[in-house]
Design a binder for this molecule. Structure first.
Ligand code: DQA
Length: 147
């Protein structure tokens, strides 16, 4: 099985394009995943994209990446600010990890200023809108010698 880039999204990100568009924009998660897939295909790499509204679901998706993940791009949504379990799962993954937040979390409520994931992330992209996912995939491809 060839290695795949994992793009993982957490709770409420299935509502992208419909939920608080003034903060998160009008693009849907499908639009985001399609843009990431195009970048991966150009680099000759497969993309695996998934979203879960559940903490355990996120943990299991990260475990799956241990099998064939070239690297992980993750927006864990609100679990970013609460989940030691997701941090532990990422620590059990050997490849590069890029953390993405669509909004600039540092301009928002103070509870969004701390991320458990940042301790593990090789890079963090914050406040670049959904373009942040493409920037993160590009960085991951570069880090793994594919782009
Ligand atoms: C988010 C920021 C989080 O604080 C929030 O809970 C989200 C989305 C972002 O992409 O800006 O669900 O991760």
């Amino acid at each position: 099985m060839s290695a795949r880039v994992y793009v993982l999204n957490g709770p409420n990100l299935n509502l992208l394009g419909k939920r608080q568009p003034e903060i998160y924009g009008h693009d849907t998660l499908e639009d985001v995943e399609a843009a990431c897939r195009t970048l991966c295909e150009r680099a000759g790499v497969e993309l695996f994209a998934a979203q879960s509204n559940h903490e355990g679901g996120m943990v299991e998706l990260i475990h799956a990446a241990r099998e064939d993940g070239l690297g992980i791009v993750i927006n864990a949504g609100a679990y970013t600010h609460t989940s030691v379990a997701i941090l532990d799962a990422l620590n059990a993954f050997e490849g590069p990890v890029m953390e993405v937040h669509i909004s600039n979390v540092h301009q928002r409520e103070s509870f969004r200023h701390h991320s458990y994931i940042s301790a593990r992330a090789d890079g963090i992209i914050v406040g670049c809108g959904v373009q942040g996912y493409e920037l993160a995939v590009q960085r991951l491809l570069r880090m793994t010698g594919k782009g």
